[in-house]
Design a protein around this ligand. Structure first.
Ligand SMILES: Nc1nc2c(ncn2[C@@H]2O[C@H](COP(=O)(O)OP(=O)(O)OP(=O)(O)O)[C@@H](O)[C@H]2O)c(=O)[nH]1
Length: 263
């Protein structure tokens, strides 16, 4: 991880701009805290990916939140290419994120693990080549449902004219995570499942849902019939809740709030 951070820091200095990919379900907790100081000095667009997993009303609330702070944001669904056009060189230029369109463009992609960076790169590349009327080059970055798939820093062309490149980087997590941040990251799949007991994670999820007065999930819950042991049943229920939260079937609430709240 330290090596990855060092390489990212070196490459950021020579890049024209940064695309910071966050998880739309945790727009604050998924910030790339470890290099925020560096990011603050670069032109940056915050991509809130996995927009399909939050309600449209939540999207609008967060868009206003970031825009009021002076940040440039784009909501995407990288798996299906939603809003990818907003990240094409001409759009980045129109939004004031790059100053010239006649020069080679180098864009860093950074973010915590599992936010969809590699998926976004593949989608941007397909879209970018089509935008330049070139044959679609296919997938280059490896993707996966578990965190930590990308291990190395690599540079990938995503547009022909102007020649534009993306620097793919491994996901980086901050060192001094507090418990609540850790639970939110675990719930959204940014840190490994093996690190947190699913019962604790499910309890946290139920707590977060009860704060939003949401009990819809109770009607969906059918207990596994092949379990007799209470502990096993609870674990099965916990895993059911977590999996359904992650797929967006349980609810589409963000876990962060635009105003501070006590948990
Ligand atoms: N629901 C949803 N899932 C997505 C979206 N984009 C990516 N994913 C899924 O999120 C998971 C992680 O995607 P990756 O592209 O591998 O994420 P990454 O940020 O490169 O991950 P690391 O290698 O851990 O840094 C995969 O299962 C993707 O299919 C999206 O817009 N919506």
């Amino acid at each position: 991880m330290a090596e990855a951070v060092r390489k990212i820091e070196q490459r950021i200095k020579v890049s024209d701009m940064v695309i910071e990919v966050r998880d739309a379900r945790i727009p604050l907790t998924s910030e790339c805290a470890r290099i925020q100081e560096l990011l603050a000095r670069k032109r940056r667009v915050i991509v809130l990916n996995k927009q399909d997993l939050i309600l449209p009303s939540e999207r609008e609330k967060w868009r206003k939140f970031f825009t009021d702070k002076g940040d440039t944001v784009t909501f995407t669904q990288a798996v299906h290419g939603a809003n990818i056009k907003e990240l094409m060189p001409s759009e980045l230029h129109a939004r004031g994120l790059i100053s010239r369109l006649d020069r080679t463009l180098l864009c860093m992609i950074v973010g915590i693990p599992n936010t969809g960076k590699s998926t976004l790169i593949n989608t941007l590349r397909n879209f970018g080549y089509k935008d330049g009327k070139q044959k679609s080059p296919g997938k280059v970055a490896n993707t996966g449902a578990l965190p930590g798939v990308t291990k190395h820093v690599s540079t990938i062309q995503f547009h022909v004219k102007p020649p534009s490149f993306l620097v793919d980087t491994p996901g980086i997590v901050k060192m001094d995570l507090d418990v609540i941040d850790g639970l939110k990251l675990a719930l959204t799949g940014a840190i490994k499942d093996s690190l947190i007991d699913p019962l604790i994670l499910a309890e946290f999820l139920i707590h977060m849902l009860s704060m939003r007065q949401s009990t819809n999930y109770l009607t969906e819950l059918s207990l596994p019939t092949d379990c007799t042991d209470l502990g096993e049943i609870l674990t099965a229920v916990a895993k059911f809740l977590i999996a359904n939260y992650r797929s967006g079937k349980l609810c589409k609430y963000t876990l962060d709030n635009t105003v501070p709240e006590s948990i």
